[in-house]
Ligand binder design. Structure first.
Ligand code: ADP
Ligand code: MN
Ligand code: MN
Ligand code: MN
Length: 374
């Protein structure tokens, strides 16, 4: 049996309690990124009113020693609410709230990369940067094998699975469809979804989102994915290369445009941006996974149509390159481009911040200016 114990609890019994009146109280689930920079944590509290805006959600705290976030004996960390969504699990009027984490001295926790991202996005707000991220992931049974794969042995080679249909082509569509609906209900800007190249591997896209919204929406969509998977008793992994060998890895392609790129003559601005990115390949690789490029090095092998971690490349309609200009964008002469390097477990705050620093703030080499003093 590769599904979890809790997923086999009697869900009919649960339904009776879910129907009970909340007597005007609202359950608010605070969601944050833990000390690994990848893991997501949550906890819930009752409010006696419905928060109508983020300002109406109070700050809260948690014990950092349980989340790899403690600093010395000062283990109390602050949760600062930044964006409210509807709760697709406990339903209206309950809420999910994305939070930033601050340390006891109210400085950002090490894995709170939203704080500087926000500053950078504010600096370039007049250029209206849009992002769209393609989150690839793989479903695992609780035995750690990709869900639906034979216990001993492997499915047939890749080929029939990408965008596939049929019980012998795709595994776990229930999860994908429930996640999609849950995101729509929550108010997340989900753009679409598809089955991926490796069996049990899937993708959803978030966007286009302007500025800081990209990170907020993708992190909450990841939370919802893990929570839906919990109901079904399987695990979603964002590992960039969950299976060794001739099995595709998982990325988080990041599509990007500014107002200038989206209007007539935009291709010139796209090419300018790519030129700047080319000169700063190593910096971007360092930022595009939580291990500074180590995780992504298992995926960006330079083989089987995947770009190499050591070389920068770009081209129209070129899916083997670091950067792709979509064919339609090449033809129309404006639009957006796609950075195919970020790993599936990247932090979208870090990725979007790096794109803006290089293409709009003209940083070079390993430079990262601290603009907070300005
Ligand atoms: P692919 O062909 O690479 O698989 P997808 O259809 O999976 O592309 O994803 C396309 C992504 O591009 C979506 O996340 C969408 O939000 C994003 N996108 C579309 N237009 C723009 C734009 N002008 N600027 C930034 N992102 C965009
Ligand atoms: Mn895609
Ligand atoms: Mn894909
Ligand atoms: Mn893509």
């Amino acid at each position: 049996m590769s599904v979890s114990h809790s997923s086999r609890l009697n869900k009919g019994v649960r339904e009776q309690y879910m129907k009970l009146s909340q007597e005007g109280m609202v359950q608010v689930t605070y969601v944050w990124i833990d000390g690994t920079g990848e893991g997501i944590r949550c906890k819930t509290k009752t409010l006696d009113y419905e928060p109508k805006s983020i300002e109406e959600v109070p700050e809260w705290n948690f014990g950092g020693s349980g989340t790899y976030q403690a600093e010395n004996s000062n283990s109390d960390m602050y949760l600062v609410p930044v964006q409210v969504f509807r709760d697709p699990f406990c339903l209206d009027l309950n809420k999910l709230v994305m939070c930033e984490v601050l340390k006891y001295n109210r400085k950002s926790a090490e894995t709170n990369l939203r704080h500087t991202c926000r500053q950078i996005m504010d600096m370039v707000a007049d250029q209206h940067p849009w992002f769209g991220m393609e989150q690839e992931y793989t479903l695992l049974g609780i035995n750690g094998r990709p869900y639906g794969w034979p216990e001993n042995g492997f499915p047939g080679p890749q080929g029939p699975y990408y965008c596939g249909v049929g019980a012998d082509k795709v595994y776990g569509r229930d999860i994908v469809e429930c996640h999609y609906k849950a995101c729509l209900y929550a108010g997340i800007k989900i753009y679409g979804t598809n089955a991926e190249v490796m069996p049990s591997q899937w993708e959803f896209q978030i966007g286009p989102c302007e500025g800081i919204d990209m990170g907020d929406h993708l992190w909450m969509a990841r939370f919802i994915l893990h929570r839906v998977c919990e109901d079904f008793g399987v695990v979603a992994t964002l590992d960039p290369k969950p299976m060794n060998g001739n099995w595709n890895g998982s990325g988080c392609h990041t599509n990007y445009s500014t107002e200038n790129m989206r209007k007539e003559g935009g291709l010139k601005h796209i090419e300018d941006a790519i030129e700047k990115l080319e000169k700063r390949h190593n910096y971007h690789i360092c930022v595009y996974d939580p291990q500074g490029g180590k995780d992504n090095s298992r995926r960006l092998t330079g083989q089987n149509g995947i770009s190499s971690i050591h070389e920068f490349s770009a081209g129209v309609a070129n899916r083997d390159a670091s950067i792709r200009i979509p064919r339609q964008v090449g033809q129309e002469g404006f639009g957006y481009f796609e950075d195919r390097r970020p790993a599936a477990n990247c932090d979208p705050y870090a990725v979007t911040e790096a794109l803006v620093r290089t293409t709009l703030l003209n940083e070079r080499g390993s430079e990262t200016k601290d603009y907070s003093k300005n």
